[in-house]
Design a protein around this ligand. Structure first.
Ligand SMILES: CC(C)(COP(=O)(O)OP(=O)(O)OC[C@H]1O[C@@H](n2cnc3c(N)ncnc32)[C@H](O)[C@@H]1OP(=O)(O)O)[C@@H](O)C(=O)NCCC(=O)NCCS
Length: 179
């Protein structure tokens, strides 16, 4: 499928990304945690510093979106990503690991466009961008029951690490990718 992958660097594209998230998370999956039901959007404070990517169709509609948050930009500095295990697996430690790590999240594809390659196209672009920014590791904390998502990540080369970990009351499946 032909999509134009780009950073959501305008209010229109950001709104489009947040609306697509709303459709998938709030409407399809029933997750209202960061939903604004009046605006029909889904976003949180980490979006302020995130690099949000969109795959845009010929008609201007957004087929897919995902974001990368650089840990050195502040968000996630306090979150438990099982650092000892990561240090062993990446060969990086302390500030070097923190400076080199991005967190991938909020990956969604419009329901009628799944398995079309739109997310893969975003993934290729965001990995190239991350390397240019000096990142060497991408992390994901995925919901353990979301096998569709976990399998997609593993097909891109992500590997599970450590034990599942309690984060704010839910148990996440942690995956990492060396860039
Ligand atoms: C998880 C999710 C993001 C995966 O999206 P997807 O549509 O499968 O991802 P892609 O766009 O990369 O499509 C991959 C498939 O398209 C196929 N494809 C078609 N054309 C392709 C192309 N040009 N390039 C790559 N893959 C292509 C691939 O063969 C692959 O199929 P396979 O999985 O059978 O191997 C999607 O299912 C989704 O939005 N789920 C709901 C929300 C969610 O759970 N999000 C993640 C948690 S936050």
């Amino acid at each position: 499928m032909d999509v134009d992958v780009r950073l959501a660097d305008s209010p229109r594209l950001r709104l489009g990304a947040f609306r697509l998230r709303y459709q998938v998370y709030a409407v399809e999956m029933g997750d209202g945690r960061f939903a604004d039901h009046d605006a029909g959007t889904y976003s949180d404070a980490r979006d302020d510093s995130a690099r949000t990517w969109v795959a845009v169709l010929n008609d201007g509609a957004i087929a897919a979106t995902a974001r990368v948050v650089l840990r050195r930009d502040g968000p996630y500095a306090d979150e438990n990503f099982q650092y000892p295990e990561l240090e062993r697996l990446t060969g990086l430690s302390g500030d070097e690991l923190l400076d080199s790590t991005g967190v991938l999240s909020r990956g969604v594809v419009r329901s009628d466009l799944r398995a079309s390659g739109a997310m893969h196209a975003i993934f290729v672009a965001l990995c190239a961008d991350a390397r240019l920014l000096g990142l060497r590791v991408l992390l994901v904390a995925s919901e353990p029951g979301n096998l569709e998502s976990i399998r997609w990540l593993e097909r891109q080369g992500f590997q599970r690490y450590g034990q599942d970990d309690e984060l704010d009351g839910w148990t996440g499946t942690h995956l990492f990718l060396l860039l």
